[in-house]
Ligand binder design. Structure first.
Ligand SMILES: C[S@@+](CC[C@H](N)C(=O)[O-])C[C@H]1O[C@@H](n2cnc3c(N)ncnc32)[C@H](O)[C@@H]1O
Length: 326
């Protein structure tokens, strides 16, 4: 979950004039308030999703540790294009960090982004403590995305599809398969539509063999849905400031034919016994949205009904087994 504790740092600017420039649609983020995270970078909170965009530890810190480092970009051949799908672009931290890393390593990027609301990027680009962290070229690219929805440079190109990702994902040409997919939606309980088994399966169909879907989520429902879709699961190891013994997120890898040896990494481990057993509880019942048009309340209430009829172990009894003292 995107920790709400971060809101202790909110200095609470409600972005009023800002809404005049970028109209708020019914399906947008609602009102946005800004706050500064511990690494000094700027982030937002959405009133519609009742959640912060980043954890208290830092927007830039999170993007590097949860998305860029587990991508292991160094394993890619500089002569080939690296295809990346960035689901929930928001302020563009994951894009900025990816560009920085790929430029350092002379890797060419072909980027696709999906995002509902343009305002986070518009607002970020007005903040000095956002633009100051990027090189002039990266700032130019972010501005192009804001104004033209695409860019082409010597070593990279990209295109953003504005709208509900459940619909826009199908606009990506079928021939394009991704090496990396970053899934950075709000938490499953606030935005279940982007964690449904159907949407996750659609994303996994766009991954190349050996490619990775990387997310901060360690939800049992998300992990089980990804496993049902044929992905091999790895648990991101906790980063500084996170609880030891638990997980920092999930890397789901599409196994390559005739290769069943997914390499280990210092960034992740196989799921622990505790995490495996989590996937056998009612918490692992997927979010369901068969036609990609349910609202979050419908998805959540249908899931509660399914959980109440389930013969799976209750999640609280799993918790008592693993944390008897709590
Ligand atoms: C946690 S923030 C993403 C942060 C972002 N990765 C960054 O680096 O700043 C979640 C984003 O999901 C977007 N979002 C919410 N529902 C969506 C939907 N149905 N389709 C596409 N984007 C959506 C929100 O507008 C918000 O920008």
């Amino acid at each position: 979950m995107k920790p709400l504790q971060s809101l202790t740092l909110i200095f609470g600017i409600i972005l009023k004039g800002f809404n005049n420039k970028v109209p708020k649609t019914e399906k947008s983020l609602g009102e946005l308030s800004s706050y500064q995270t511990k690494d000094g970078t700027f982030s937002l909170k959405s009133s519609r999703f009742k959640e912060a965009f980043h954890s208290q530890a830092g927007a830039l810190y999170e993007s590097k540790n949860k998305f860029i480092f587990p991508s292991h970009i160094e394993r890619f051949n500089p002569n080939k294009e690296l295809f990346v799908l960035d689901v929930c672009v928001g302020l563009g931290y994951n894009l900025g960090s990816l560009l920085k890393e790929s430029m350092t390593r002379s890797i060419n990027i072909n980027w696709w982004g999906l995002e509902l609301d343009k305002r986070p990027l518009v607002l970020a680009l007005r903040q000095k403590n956002f633009t100051n962290i990027w090189s002039p070229l990266i700032n130019q690219i972010l501005k192009r995305i804001e104004s033209q929805s695409e860019w082409v440079s010597k070593s990279s190109k990209g295109k953003i599809l504005w709208g509900d990702a459940r619909a826009t994902v199908s606009l990506i040409p079928k021939t394009i398969k991704f090496d990396l997919i970053y899934l950075d939606a709000f938490s499953p309980m606030q935005c279940p539509e982007l964690w449904s088994i159907e949407f996750l399966t659609a994303l996994t169909r766009k991954i190349k063999p050996g490619g990775r879907l990387i997310t901060y989520s360690r939800s049992a429902a998300v992990r089980r849905s990804l496993r049902i879709a044929g992905m091999e699961l790895k648990s991101l190891l906790p980063i500084k400031g996170e609880l030891k013994g638990w997980s920092s997120g999930t890397v789901a890898i599409l196994p390559e034919c005739n290769k069943n040896n997914i390499k280990n990494s210092p960034k992740w481990a196989s799921l622990s016994q505790m995490e495996e057993e989590h996937l056998l509880t009612r918490a692992s019942i997927p979010f369901r949205d068969p036609n990609g048009n349910k609202n979050s309340q419908e998805i959540l209430s249908d899931r509660i009904k399914e959980q109440s009829c389930s013969s799976l172990e209750s999640t609280s009894s799993w918790q008592r087994r693993w944390w008897p003292c709590q």
